[in-house]
Design a protein around this ligand. Structure first.
Ligand SMILES: [Zn+2]
Length: 805
């Protein structure tokens, strides 16, 4: 049998027409089989040149003529089309064969295709195969982390996707997302968009949209991610949030804040609340007084750095420093020495002169004279400007009153501040799970203290008539610290609204001049003792003027000591929430990494991470219930995954030191402006109309945290875990586990009894599902689930087989 060319797809539908080589006639010598007549291989079969063989169209007069062609051994193909005047058949012919057939009277017409077509096809095929092979070599593996849509303020709908490529470290890796418009709709009918490559500390994290994409069509059902490296993956698109918390009963009262409040006012308010609700409250005076809203008095003289000096009183401004004055005078005579005269709090520096009466005292000399004089140095310290050698000549200055530059009215105390926490609960004896809600670590985040205050007031004023509130207060031990940073907060409200840190000035002379006064202070969310700057972690600074100054040592600050004291004194605290602004984030540990290699603090385990995510949906649905604000999925998760590294932050200290389930809020989610198609940030101090709404929605979130804590305390049910086989291949079986609730799974592969010391199910990767476990031989798997409340499941067992390799 000879092989038959199959030039068209349609032709294959017809039975093959072949002819025995024995029937070939001498009229077509080139068709003879070499096996029959000993000739050389016919030229048409050359595998290289092929000598013009082509697929030719022949019109036969009738069926008899077709039969005759067949009898001649012509290479007819599976095509037979009746025409008006005959039958069209196709044959594969060399030019010689064509000539011979025409000579025999057959109507051989033109070519259908020839070697040029063939060569083009071969070339095209080769290129296609090469492309496929190249792609096969490089094809990246895409892992979908999250694919969600959600509604936010005003009912606008958005898409949020996250996908990780194993080639993502290459900045040339481009991933596009295409989504449909619902079940059974075309794959890209919703749209297509290029994603952003998200990197942090020089490391690739995943691809995402930098902000959620406005959705203009119906909600998608499926999304396809395609990488420029050849990888592709599909995923279902699920709804994020959108399950509003059930509306409170109509008697539920809320909305207790109607203006931004300073720490003095807030503290008076919680003291008043405690007096009003004595049975279910207690005021806790935290043991470390703050530095206080106070400064030393200062003045600076001079314009050029080399000739400038500044002085700082020993006394606080309000304790006499502000009564001090300094003048730099010309003695009015030649050849006078540099002298310092002190009378009471008046300091007069008489500058030296030369023989012509010109002033000759340098800044360094004046500083030395002031500091050497006993009476002067008892009042103040003099310094050259920012470490300058001070070789410039000092100019005269009239009597200048020193000032602490503080603008708050006298009603704001300049004394060290007594921080007060409000404890709410019926038991208050350590027998109930503790929840610690704290706000305004950062002074300029004005919405946060009123959020904590609103929560306290809702709990107290609804206690009598609202069953749910009563259950929370009776079942929990709640600690609310509305202002962690009272000194800085007073400074933010009265002096410098962008103040972030506390008011403790650890700066040396070189940075202690009055123009630096808005840069002093310690970042209280960088002063804790886990994953700190001093441990080598990223996101804090040793510079006393940096916005993220870690302080001279871990827990150097009274405010940080107080936080630590609270969680140590009340070991029943199991949950905490550190409320900041802005941006709309919901975050948890780990919150810091070392820059080199982006070495992250230990990730929470599988069960805890799932607990965090499960709690997220409850807490963030509560936030959304107030006015529709959705915290983005991309702003939910471990701090290091969604924001940055914050060395020495409080939530990490709570989790790693005490095992406290510790969250961070950033109130003030970005708002979408449909007119510009932009997300707009709200800032630290929005108009109160906006700040009020933020306080209301995040107070609802804080209440939901209490509900999560209450549910945790009430959880007595045994978790279960199911073994799920994911894939079987030659010689291997992959499996994982699915749990009935957030729980850890401990397992053995040797038939022994699993305990909490056994192998522990982990994550496949951050923001991914559970890992897959691979076995290569028949294995008895035994496992045990343990939930976050410590409930143990029953040991289960399954024998897994492995297909033969
Ligand atoms: Zn903050």
């Amino acid at each position: 049998m000879r092989s038959i060319r199959k030039p068209t797809r349609a032709s294959r539908l017809v039975a093959l027409l072949t002819v025995p080589t024995a029937l070939l006639l001498g009229a077509l010598p080139t068709l003879a089989s070499p096996a029959e007549n000993g000739q050389v291989e016919p030229s048409r079969k050359s595998s290289t040149e092929q000598n013009g063989v082509a697929l030719m169209r022949i019109v036969a007069a009738d069926k008899g003529e077709v039969d005759r062609l067949a009898d001649l051994g012509v290479d007819l193909v599976e095509y037979n089309k009746p025409l008006e005047d005959g039958i069209e058949v196709h044959a594969v012919l060399s030019p010689e064969e064509t000539t011979a057939l025409r000579a025999m009277g057959f109507d051989v017409q033109g070519k259908i295709s020839d070697q040029d077509d063939y060569r083009a096809n071969v070339a095209e095929r080769k290129a296609a195969i090469a492309a496929v092979d190249a792609a096969a070599l490089d094809n990246d593996q895409l892992t979908v982390l999250r694919a969600e849509w959600f509604t936010s303020l005003d009912g606008n709908r958005f898409l949020s996707f996250e996908v990780k490529s194993d080639a993502g470290a290459d900045s040339a890796t481009v991933i596009t997302a295409s989504w449909d418009t619902g079940m059974d709709t075309p794959p890209a009918s919703g749209g297509t968009a290029t994603m952003s490559r998200f990197t942090d500390a020089g490391q690739y994290m995943y691809h995402r949209f930098t902000s959620p994409l406005a959705l203009t069509t119906a909600e998608p059902n499926r999304v396809t991610f395609t990488s420029s490296k050849g990888g592709t993956v599909k995923a279902s698109v699920t709804q994020w949030l959108g399950k509003p918390k059930e509306a409170p009963d109509e008697h539920y009262v809320s909305d207790f804040v109607d203006h931004y409040m300073d720490p003095t006012e807030i503290t008076e308010r919680i003291v008043g609340l405690a007096a009003e609700f004595p049975k279910i409250t207690q005021i806790i005076d935290l043991p470390n007084l703050t530095n206080g809203y106070r400064r030393k008095a200062q003045a600076q003289f001079g314009t050029a750095a080399a000739s400038t000096i500044y002085v700082t009183t020993k006394a606080w401004g309000h304790e006499g420093g502000n009564d001090t004055s300094v003048s730099l005078i010309n003695p009015g005579a030649a050849n006078q020495p540099l002298t310092v005269l002190v009378a009471g709090k008046t300091v007069i520096v008489s500058l030296a002169t030369n023989g012509t009466g010109a002033l000759t005292s340098t800044a360094a000399q004046v500083v030395a004279a002031l500091n050497a004089d006993a009476a002067s140095s008892a009042l103040l310290t003099a310094s050259t400007y920012r470490g300058n050698a001070g070789a410039g000549l000092v100019a005269t200055a009239g009597a200048t009153r020193l000032s602490d530059n503080l603008q708050a009215p006298p009603s704001i105390s300049r004394e060290p501040f007594q921080m007060k926490a409000l404890r709410i609960g019926r038991a208050k004896d350590g027998s109930k799970p503790g929840v610690y809600l704290y706000c305004q670590q950062h002074a300029r985040e004005w919405v946060t203290p009123i959020t904590c205050l609103e929560t306290a007031e809702r709990l107290l004023r609804n206690y009598e008539q609202d069953t749910k509130t009563r259950n929370l207060v009776n079942g929990l031990d709640i600690f609310i610290l509305p202002v962690v940073n009272p000194d800085g907060a007073h400074y933010s409200m009265y002096d410098f609204n962008s103040q972030r840190k506390n008011m403790t000035n650890h700066c040396p002379d070189a940075t202690g001049d009055p123009a630096n006064r808005n840069s002093w202070g310690v970042d209280l969310n960088r002063n804790q003792n886990v994953g700190s700057f001093y441990d080598g972690y990223n996101g804090a600074s040793s510079s006393c003027t940096s916005g993220t100054y870690a302080g001279p040592s871990e827990q150097s600050e009274p405010e940080a000591k107080n936080e630590d004291w609270l969680i140590n004194t009340y070991p029943n605290i199991k949950f905490s929430m550190n409320t900041h602004s802005y941006g709309g984030y919901f975050m948890w540990a780990p919150g810091a990494y070392k820059t080199a290699g982006r070495e992250v603090l230990p990730r929470t385990d599988f069960g805890t991470e799932n607990f965090f995510w499960n709690a997220s949906s409850k807490i963030l649905n509560a936030v959304q219930s107030h006015r529709g604000t959705a915290i983005w999925p991309g702003r939910t998760g471990p701090t290091t995954d969604v924001l940055y590294s914050a060395a020495g932050n409080s939530a990490d200290a709570h989790w790693y030191n005490k095992g406290i389930i510790a969250w961070n809020f950033e109130v003030g989610a970005d708002k979408y402006n449909p007119a510009t198609n932009q997300w707009e940030a709200v800032g630290f101090q929005p108009d109160f109309s906006e700040g009020h709404e933020e306080a209301m929605e995040f107070s609802s979130g804080q209440i939901a945290i209490l509900e999560v804590a209450k549910a945790y305390a009430a959880d007595k049910s045994k978790p279960t875990a199911e073994l799920v086989v994911k894939s079987k291949g030659a010689g291997t079986t992959d499996f994982t586990f699915a749990t009935s609730e957030a729980a850890n799974v401990y397992y053995t592969l040797d038939g022994t009894e699993p305990t909490t010391s056994s192998l522990k199910l982990g994550f496949a990767g951050y923001r991914e599902g559970p890992e897959r476990i691979t076995i290569t031989a028949k294995t008895t798997v035994r496992w045990l689930a343990v939930d976050i409340a410590g409930n143990l499941g029953t040991v289960q067992e399954k024998v897994l087989n492995v297909p033969k390799s």
